[in-house]
Design a protein around this ligand. Sequence first.
Ligand code: ADP
Ligand code: ASP
Ligand code: MG
Length: 401
Amino acid sequence: MDTIVQKYGGTSVGTIDKIKAVAKKVIDRKQKGDNVVVVVSAMGKSTDHLIDMAKQISENPNKREMDMLVSTGEQVSISLLSMAFHEFGFDSVSLTGFQAGIRTEGAHTKNRISDIDIENVKKHLNDGKIVVVAGFQGINENGDITTLGRGGSDTTAVALAAKLKCTCEIYTDVEGIYSVDPRVWPDAKKLDNISYEEMMEMASLGAGVMETRAVEIGCKYKIPIYVASSHGNTKGTYIKEYDETMEGKAITGLSISDDVLMVTVNNVLQNSKNIALVFERLAKYNVNVDMISQTAPFNGYVNVSFTTSKEDEKTIDQITKELKEVIEGIKVSKDSNITKVSVVGIGMMKQAGVAAEIFSIFSDNDIEFKQVTTSEISISYTIDAQDKQKAVTVLAKALNL
Ligand code: ADP
Ligand code: ASP
Ligand code: MG
């Protein structure tokens, strides 16, 4: 008997009817003779609603309590799904992250899975049950409930598959991985296969269809990940090791991220100690910094810009207050009207001139960019949010995405 981990996202379990439909799909698989572990997210937008309630109490809610609150969303969906299995005549058990042995470490709301004690899951599988595990949550060394960051149910699913040494299927509201988010560029092409490296890059640069850490774990433990629609039987996309049969284009996909807060620290006396003070303070508060740029010195002063998640805006305000006390004369400005567009492709490693091509596309279409960063397999640009649709359209057309 093979074991399989299937994960269903929030939209796929958004209503009672959808939960029943998921139960039937899982039962089909079980009847074909597989042991099934099902990971589910919270129903529909319920995580957003929980976060909204917290924000009505505090602008910057205590992070431990945030984890306690948002982890409840998944508890609703696992119990309802498990009840549906019972109703259809199949034995099932729902498990919270803690009950499934998911141990985590790190800062509250941004925890990482450190290990999984898989025995309880295995025991229930051996008893013939369909095991339903709450995505997105675990327990830390103090026994506190933790969460893995938005979209973290993908990570729960792939980590369980790694521990059980089986395939992971991610069922969602699109038919697979597309070259561009199909909600922004409806003509985007569905990919049959994508390498772990490209998917990791696309995800970390904003393609929310898969959580980055999930792909990272898949890559590390060589777990095949299949992404497909939760309804219907259309062919999805395999995330797997790169091989020569994958398309040889320089650019495989384009990622878009609206979750960009650009912070500029103006008037910094040029001195590496001052720059270090800024980034040390960000690290102290667990703020992840993405793009960094610095202007050339003018009269001995520089401006330093960096981008981070909008989620960290309140923390940035606190850090700004503290920095003003230690670096004399600085002024800090924030701009959240920014979009980051990134082109991604392994083929870029072998092909020169990709950056030049994108610069020309932007200049031919009067799109100004603010910052550029590159990795071996991607180039990212921050632009004004107003230019987002235009930039995606011209890039997707020119690069045949
Ligand atoms: P789930 O709730 O199932 O986890 P998500 O909303 O997290 O679903 O992810 C699915 C969404 O990801 C799609 O609705 C789509 O708009 C978005 N998305 C972003 N980039 C891509 C891409 N390259 N391919 C497919 N979907 C993408
Ligand atoms: N419910 C969580 C979220 O909305 C986790 C997930 O959906 O993967 O981010
Ligand atoms: Mg998701």
